[in-house]
Design a protein around this ligand. Structure first.
Ligand SMILES: [Zn+2]
Length: 199
């Protein structure tokens, strides 16, 4: 169902900011980059409803590569549950090089089925099939399914973009390898009237 399908292609980065000395300065870039949802479990900012529940995940841990601490390509947007589960582990499949849609399939009962070895590794490391994660996912799937027909407005709120879209054109950044990304960020799409009501 909508919102519970992993991408069919590896994630291709749209932004390329560089030069911040504090990695948290990349937060808004990462929010836009990963469409305001956790790259690992697909849970969305709109489902939590309050700020502070999403983290910046260092794919290669800082303890292994201190230089990667503020390197954009090493940073992902993840919910704090997945970020905590991944912790300092190495060898986790990288969503920018591997299509998670080839690895994982979310079933209608909320469980996730691994489709290959990478999928098994993701489930194992991120504990995506533990009892509380499955129960949480299943509850959201049932609620959204029901809202789609009974309350389309609320459904669109949950499945749409957050109100506080960042205007990446206004971000001060010392270097940006992909300036066209900011010109096409979701804030700009909304200005142009091109933002879809749900995604
Ligand atoms: Zn997550």
């Amino acid at each position: 169902m909508q919102g519970f399908e992993y991408p069919a292609e590896p994630h291709s980065r749209r932004h390329g900011p560089a030069g911040y000395s504090d990695y948290s300065s990349y937060r808004d870039w990462l929010r836009d980059e990963f469409t305001f949802r956790c790259v690992f479990c697909l849970h969305r900012e709109q489902w939590y409803g309050r700020p502070g529940t999403f983290d910046i995940e260092h794919f290669t841990p800082v303890s292994v590569d201190p230089l990667g601490k503020c390197e954009y390509i090493n940073l992902f947007y993840a919910c704090s549950t997945c970020n905590t589960a991944k912790s300092n582990l190495l060898g986790v499949p990288n969503p920018c090089t591997i299509a998670f849609g080839d690895c994982l399939r979310i079933r209608t009962d909320g469980e996730i089925e691994p489709l290959n070895e990478d999928g098994k590794k993701l489930l194992d490391v991120l504990r995506l099939n533990n009892r509380s994660n499955v129960a949480y996912r299943s509850r959201w799937m049932r609620a959204l399914e029901s809202l789609r027909d009974s309350d389309p407005e609320l459904f669109a709120e949950y499945m749409g973009f957050p109100e506080d879209l960042p205007d990446l054109r206004c971000k001060r950044v010392s270097f940006n390898t992909k300036p066209e990304g900011a010109e096409n960020c979701y804030f700009v799409l909304r200005e142009r009237g091109e933002l879809p009501s749900t995604y």
